[in-house]
Write a protein of this length. Structure first.
Length: 172
């Protein structure tokens, strides 16, 4: 992935995030949490974000969208692996565009860049989730031709439940 900006239109540019963008990315994560009606669920910190995006063993990558040089949104993604296809993919953890920049092609430009990265790296799929009430996002993804995996239900273990399950297997 190139480090310089990629001109998409005269107004929208997508660039690879750098360590200097951590505070911006964290602010965008907080704005996304507000939009998704879950502001209290942001428990991480900019320092944690810096470690996992730009530390010695990065766990994810980020892109920054700018409109006329002004930050407009971001995409954060990481690798996955399909056991059925025996091929790696990319998981789009977050794609967020600030309200004042929506409907200007920013979201499509971010998704297009992640899709190109997916193909450039020889990955076979790009996946993500969207909240069932977020009709603008769902309509956007349908328009792009994304498949809704209605037969799949997401699950998560975290906190005390994760620790309990891990402890149950500690006799291994």
């Amino acid at each position: 992935m190139s480090d310089g900006p990629s001109q998409l239109t005269a107004r929208v540019q997508i660039r690879t995030a750098s360590d200097a963008d951590v505070e911006l990315i964290f602010a965008l994560i907080r704005a996304l949490a507000e939009y998704e009606r879950a502001p209290d669920e942001v428990t991480g910190s900019p320092e944690q974000l810096r470690h996992w995006l730009f530390g010695s063993e990065p766990a994810a990558e980020a892109l920054i969208a700018e409109v006329d040089g002004v930050p407009a949104g971001f995409a954060l993604f990481h690798g996955t692996f399909s056991t059925w296809e025996c091929e790696p993919g990319i998981w789009l953890e977050d794609l967020f565009v600030l309200p004042e920049h929506r409907r200007a092609g920013v979201g499509q430009a971010l998704l297009a860049r992640v899709a190109r990265i997916t193909l450039e790296r020889g990955r076979t799929r790009l996946g993500w989730t969207a909240l069932d009430w977020n009709q603008p996002a769902l309509a956007f993804y349908r328009k792009l031709g994304a498949t809704v995996l209605e037969e799949w239900t997401n699950h998560r273990l975290s906190g005390a439940a994760l620790a309990l399950v891990a402890a149950a297997g500690s006799a291994d």
